[in-house]
Design a protein around this ligand. Structure first.
Ligand SMILES: Nc1ncnc2c1ncn2[C@@H]1O[C@H](COP(=O)(O)OP(=O)(O)OP(=O)(O)O)[C@@H](O)[C@H]1O
Ligand SMILES: [Mg+2]
Length: 359
């Protein structure tokens, strides 16, 4: 078993708390993404787990074994870093073999393992090439083979896709996921890209300024962010202040009563986070709707429409002066028209589409 357990790990650089009291358990075989803005402590945390940075305080264990003060080469972890740092003068096979030679394996064993690792990343035919004779994506796959070849208990990847174009990123992401799944290696994947984190991981750890803001499955952090920070980082652009009122409703500061799903009322949850994609727009033709008609909680006017190909972003100003974005599928050619500026609309959403978060 290689559960990775972090207990209150902290890293201080002088007065700076790069990582502050982080605790979590990463289960055997899980792929966990560390997600957060630049400087939030992702790399520092990963490097403490790998043993490249000493912890200021706290404890790290793997499979129940305390590894807090072990040097990196005694932790049996594979690393893939942002700049994949292959040895430029060594060919692909030699790059991959390096870790095995350090461990003193026999030549035939090394040969077999290197070929297996290169097969996994589909690069066997490149074994004799030098790194400079390969594309960025191929080099990143060599780095992955080099990390995997030592059969690590834990794989640590720091922005491993950062130098790739969109197509290659997608391909490599799938490859990493497939290899990780089939080998069942406990993996930590650092990224600042929310799409990447959501699509590759079993669990997402959202970090901010050295602390963990939220840990959850991709759906949890996406649909049920706990704080304003997580909501914003996950792309929620409508954040409306107010307070929870009667069961299932939220009173906006601007006065309107809007529907929410409240499981446990919490006075600290004073922000309604509403994804633009989840807002429905209907024309205000039948304005007979009474005040209790909460499915049409807000009414307003289209201020501006931005065409984005498949979608249209409508900026809507409500009667009480709130400004919201609603993202709707763009009409197909010859179909409905884009709603014009000034058009009166009613906005609605299903209760479970709105999350209440703390400020
Ligand atoms: N060797 C160091 N000396 C002093 N401060 C450091 C050192 N390494 C990191 N820091 C600081 O610690 C904080 C966390 O840095 P870290 O590299 O972990 O961030 P990150 O989340 O990986 O960011 P990025 O997404 O930009 O890679 C930053 O404020 C950084 O300036
Ligand atoms: Mg980093």
């Amino acid at each position: 078993m290689s559960d990775v357990v972090l207990q209150s790990i902290t890293k201080k650089y002088g007065q700076v708390n790069a990582v502050n009291d982080v605790s979590m358990t990463i289960q055997q075989g899980e792929l966990v993404a560390f997600l957060g803005p630049s400087g939030c402590g992702k790399t520092t945390t990963l490097r403490m787990i790998g043993g490249f940075v000493d912890v200021t305080s706290g404890r790290i264990s793997v499979g129940g074994r305390d590894i807090t003060h072990l040097p990196p080469h005694k932790r049996n972890m594979g690393f893939g870093f942002q700049n994949y740092a292959l040895f430029p003068h060594m060919n692909v096979a030699a790059n991959v073999a390096f870790g095995l030679e350090m461990r003193g394996l026999s030549k035939p064993d090394i040969h077999t393992k290197v070929n297996l690792a290169l097969d996994r990343v589909k690069l066997r035919q490149f074994a004799d090439r030098l790194p400079k004779q390969m594309s960025g994506g191929q080099q990143q796959r060599v780095a992955l083979a080099r990390a995997l070849v030592i059969e690590p208990d834990v794989l640590l990847l720091d922005e491993p896709l950062s130098n790739l174009d969109a197509n290659l990123r997608h391909e490599m992401k799938e490859e990493i996921r497939n290899i990780q799944n089939s080998l069942g290696i406990t993996t930590i994947f650092v990224t600042h890209d929310q799409d990447e984190a959501l699509s590759i991981s079993d669990k997402v750890v959202v970090m901010r300024q050295g602390i963990v803001e939220q840990v959850g499955t991709p759906t949890q952090v996406f649909d049920a962010p706990r704080s304003r920070f997580v909501a914003e980082f996950m792309g929620v652009s409508n954040l409306l202040t107010g307070k929870p009122e009667s069961k299932g409703y939220f009173r906006l500061t601007s006065g309107e009563l809007v529907p929410v799903q409240v499981i446990a009322p919490d006075v600290n949850k004073t922000i309604l986070a509403l994804r633009p994609e989840r807002i429905e727009i209907s024309s205000c033709l039948t304005s007979a709707g009474s005040a209790s008609d909460v499915s049409r909680a807000l009414e307003g006017r289209i201020e501006h429409a931005v065409y984005r190909g498949l979608m249209i972003d409508y900026r809507i100003k409500t009667k009480s002066g709130l400004s919201l974005i609603a993202r709707r599928p763009a009409p197909a050619a010859g179909g409905l028209q884009i709603l014009p500026t000034g058009h009166e609309v009613a906005l609605s959403w299903s209760k479970d589409a709105a999350a209440l978060v703390s400020a």
